[in-house]
Design a protein around this ligand. Structure first.
Ligand code: DGT
Ligand code: CA
Ligand code: ZN
Length: 580
């Protein structure tokens, strides 16, 4: 007989998992309890469980019925149990994962799945941030906070990070490093500098005198938020931060710094294209310099601008270094003048207490004014989004009265009346045209029935874009970064429809979304589709997300002109056909 490949611990775990899945599926509680009881029982026995199962004696034990002992026998014999594997496949894989979050037992996982359709930890986190667990029976604010904290902790050890988390960590670390007077220059490079939507690690590049490298590396690995030192060398060291992000520091001589920075900024594809360009000019480009053929002496470049100049290129902003045609554009002086955060004059897509937001309209206005904005577009959810307290027609009226009242008390700031209206399954909208016409602007978004074919989803969204009262499309792909894949969608067709209908495609600035994906920015620009950088804020703090959206807009080659909310309030009023 072959040696069993499974041990007591794994057997118990399997029984527990079966019990849990049965619970999640809402099966008869006796059934799942039988598995839990069996697991407990085996756990407390001191004899050889595997042998008991192999000999069949296990069925004599109280609490282990015939069916269960047969399953155990298969499990031990084959090392796997088809019944269990089938069961696992019958539920979304993310459900079991959610059980690892403190505060989320099987009952709670079932509750959020059944009532909110939440299937993964990422979706759970998003729902908590939108206060959806606060109001769910059996949960509440306290348990919502506990769950959020649990998710934070767990994320520490996942592989990639949302941009703002890495950004924040890098900021703290570079502040610390810059206190070391031996460092001449220091910049954080890699995907962080390119403002990618997710980031694997922090890549720092610094310059110093050669004899000071060791002492700077010493200083680096003594960073107080270090969890462990992965590798410590003269020119390169790696630490793991307590946040779970790993961080490289490369040290070079100051003459090499621009080359090292350019190299470490990437992307790899951009670097390859640059090297190729250098080669056609009889130069060899690498992380140490730009070398004329046969020479070991690099051409001098004191910063990145000079590197690009040497290769007859305009300076390419890091966000564009993705080999999407930026080198060709830089050669022809054709790079766009990318939008900057200070060009933002107001925001659309903001939720208030009327639906699932936490702030009142008056508070949101105050926060926007503090940021120097001139306008705010409120857009709560429409009626069918019950979990987010979507507005009934009566509530819409009430909200408009409040906005009128607030507007009449201000002469230097405008609140626009908007709505985030649900796109129904057939592409219709969640209000009558009469109600829709009462808004200054309408954002149409998909919040349900994600599982459509690509054709159906594309049709659904294009239908909405064709509705004359729709101003813009919200979070076009529905993705949640590191948590939920986008729904299938023919984005080219969506952009073409937007162009033809003169509709705006939002760049949702929420760091979990960053949707429109920047990879579509160039096509949007070519087609003349405008965007709007929208915070999709549910709190006052959420207004700060706008900067992540600006980063993505820059990656998407957008200029201020092409972004709705860089325009002055008068122009917006014209566009929205607001009465004056
Ligand atoms: P990440 O970390 O996955 O978010 O993205 P990056 O771009 O920061 O990638 P990372 O950290 O592996 O490498 C940093 C930069 O180093 C990368 O953007 C370009 C450069 N680099 C890395 N490996 C290569 C390579 O094999 N060839 C070239 N040309 N450059 C490379
Ligand atoms: Ca990196
Ligand atoms: Zn939405």
């Amino acid at each position: 007989m072959a040696e069993p490949t499974i041990d007591k611990k794994q057997i118990i775990q399997t029984l527990e998992n079966i019990g849990t899945i049965l619970m999640l599926k809402g099966e008869n509680p006796f059934k799942s309890r039988a598995y839990f009881n069996a697991a407990r029982m085996l756990e407390t026995r001191n004899d050889d469980i595997v042998a008991l199962i192999q000999s069949g004696e296990i069925s004599n034990i109280k609490g282990i019925g015939k069916a269960l002992s047969e399953k155990l026998s298969i499990l031990v014999k084959e090392g796997r149990l088809p019944y269990y594997e089938k069961l696992k496949e019958s539920i979304p894989p993310g459900l079991m994962d959610m059980l690892n979050i403190p505060g989320m037992g099987p009952k709670k996982v079932k509750a959020v799945y059944d009532q909110l359709g939440i299937k993964s930890v990422g979706e759970l986190e998003y729902a908590c941030n939108e206060n959806r667990l606060r109001d769910l029976p059996g949960f509440g604010l306290k348990s919502q906070e506990k769950i959020l904290k649990g998710i934070e902790l767990r994320k520490k050890y996942s592989e990639r990070f949302l941009f703002p988390i890495a950004w924040q960590q890098a900021l703290q670390l570079t502040d610390y490093m810059r206190k070391n007077p031996q460092l001449i220059r220091l910049t954080s490079a890699g995907s962080l500098r390119r403002k990618k939507e997710t980031v694997k690690d922090i890549d720092l590049v610094g310059s110093c005198k050669e004899e000071q490298r060791l002492s700077i590396m010493d200083y680096f690995v003594r960073y107080p938020l270090t969890e462990s030192i992965v590798n410590r060398g003269q020119t390169k060291s790696t630490i793991l931060l307590q946040s779970g992000i790993s961080c490289d520091l490369r040290l070079v001589d100051d003459e090499q710094f621009p080359f090292a920075l350019h190299h470490s900024t990437g992307s790899k594809e951009h670097n390859t294209a640059m090297r190729h360009r250098a080669k056609t000019r009889h130069l060899t480009m690498n992380e140490y310099g730009l070398f004329p053929r046969g020479s070991e002496q690099s051409l001098p470049c004191s910063n990145e601008v000079e590197i690009f100049q040497t290769l007859q290129l305009d300076f390419i902003p890091p966000e564009l270094r993705e080999n999407q045609g930026e080198i060709e554009a830089a050669e022809k002086n054709n790079l766009p003048e990318l939008i900057t955060e200070d060009q933002i004059k107001g925001v659309f897509h903001v939720h208030s207490v009327y639906s699932d937001g936490a702030a009142s309209i008056a508070d949101l206005v105050r926060a926007c004014r503090n940021k120097g904005y001139h306008y705010l577009g409120i857009s709560d959810h429409s009626k069918s989004v019950f979990y987010a307290h979507g507005l009934s027609e009566d509530r819409v009226k009430m909200q408009h009265e409040e906005i009128d009242r607030l507007n009449s008390g201000m002469n230097d700031f405008v609140i626009f009346k908007g709505i985030e209206v649900d796109i129904l399954n057939d592409g219709g909208l969640d209000y009558d045209d009469e109600v829709l016409a009462s808004f200054d602007f309408v954002i149409a978004s998909v919040h349900s029935s994600f599982r459509m074919s690509k054709e159906e989803m594309t049709h659904r969204i294009c239908q909405a874009l064709k509705h004359p009262l729709v101003t813009m499309l919200g979070h076009p792909t529905g993705r949640l970064l590191l948590a939920r894949e986008p729904y299938p969608l023919d984005m080219r067709q969506v952009l073409e429809t937007a162009a033809e209908q003169n509709k705006i495609i939002e760049i949702n600035a929420n760091p979990h979304r960053l949707d429109l994906d920047w990879r579509w920015g160039k096509l949007a620009n070519q087609l003349g589709v405008k965007t709007s950088i929208n915070p999709d804020a549910h709190t006052l703090a959420g207004l700060e997300d706008i900067k992540w959206g600006v980063g993505i807009a820059r990656k998407g080659w957008f200029t201020a002109e092409q972004v709705l909310n860089t325009h002055p309030v008068q122009k917006i009023k014209q566009l929205f056909h607001c009465p004056d």
